[in-house]
Design a protein around this ligand. Structure first.
Ligand SMILES: [Zn+2]
Length: 69
């Protein structure tokens, strides 16, 4: 049974299941709401995803934002 809950916060660095076309696979969470905006840490582009899709596509949190631990 896989009921692992994905916990993430503004400023976290996350890894997605699919890497960005630029080759980068680390993203910063820069906006939270009904939609999540993430910014590629390699090329600096940002992408807006519906929260449900973000949670599905997010693989793991690489680094928690400072102060969140
Ligand atoms: Zn990129």
């Amino acid at each position: 049974m896989n009921v692992e809950r994905k916990v993430f916060h503004l400023g976290d660095i996350v890894q997605m299941k699919k890497p960005h076309p630029c080759g980068g696979n680390e993203w910063a969470v820069i906006r939270m709401g009904m939609d999540i905006r993430i910014k590629c840490q390699t090329c600096g582009r940002s992408v807006l995803l519906p929260r449900s899709q973000f949670e599905k596509d997010m693989k793991k949190v690489v680094r928690h934002a400072e102060g969140e631990n």
